[in-house]
Ligand binder design. Structure first.
Ligand code: ADP
Ligand code: MG
Length: 166
């Protein structure tokens, strides 16, 4: 089951995040992959709104994990600074992934073996100017609930976002 979306502005990308955030359930893990500037943090800002987080989500410069409280706790990880591979110690990320909140990860590939194979994943690509595509899918039955409801929300929602649904 894959959903392919197109967005033409940061606001549209936040809107997609908002849709998913409203549907998120305890224990959801969302991995965001894609180059710098493709809109991952922008998406997380919308996701946070959907989780009724009051504070503004930013790209943390020195922290790997920012925590926000909302309808559920939101853990926002940005692992970009682990790209050089110098950090070898156990990051202890499991308490987030297997806890009660919602965990969203930018640059999951730098988290190595700590990153769960079962997840909702979104792949962001820069097309032109303000255009981005987002491909969405999931691995693992436990995410069917959230992902299936997201798929329904997208297919019922603004059709100009949708490229493909299968
Ligand atoms: P990332 O976290 O992937 O590095 P950010 O979300 O921090 O990316 O930044 C995306 C940048 O691209 C922002 O400056 C945003 O204003 C701009 N932008 C332009 N068009 C879009 C779009 N359709 N979706 C998301 N961001 C966009
Ligand atoms: Mg970012």
């Amino acid at each position: 089951m894959t959903i392919r979306l197109i967005t033409n502005s940061p606001e549209e990308t936040q809107g997609i995040g908002l849709l998913l955030g409203r549907l998120c359930q305890s224990g959801d893990v969302i991995l965001l992959d894609g180059d710098l500037g493709t809109g991952k943090t922008c998406f997380v800002q919308g996701l946070a709104q959907g989780l009724e987080v009051d504070s503004t989500v930013t790209s943390p410069t020195f922290v790997l994990i920012a925590e926000y409280s909302g309808r559920l706790s939101l853990y926002h990880m940005d692992l970009y600074r682990l790209a050089d591979g110098l950090v070898k110690f156990d990051l202890g990320l499991d308490e987030y992934f297997y806890g009660d909140g919602v965990t969203v990860v930018e640059w999951p590939k730098y988290g190595g073996e700590d990153i769960p194979a079962e997840c909702i994943w979104l792949h962001f690509e820069h097309k032109e100017f303000d255009q981005r595509t987002i491909e969405c899918s999931y691995v693992g039955d436990k995410f069917f609930n959230t992902f299936g409801r997201f798929r329904v929300a997208i297919s019922d929602g603004p059709q100009d976002l949708l490229i493909d649904l299968d």
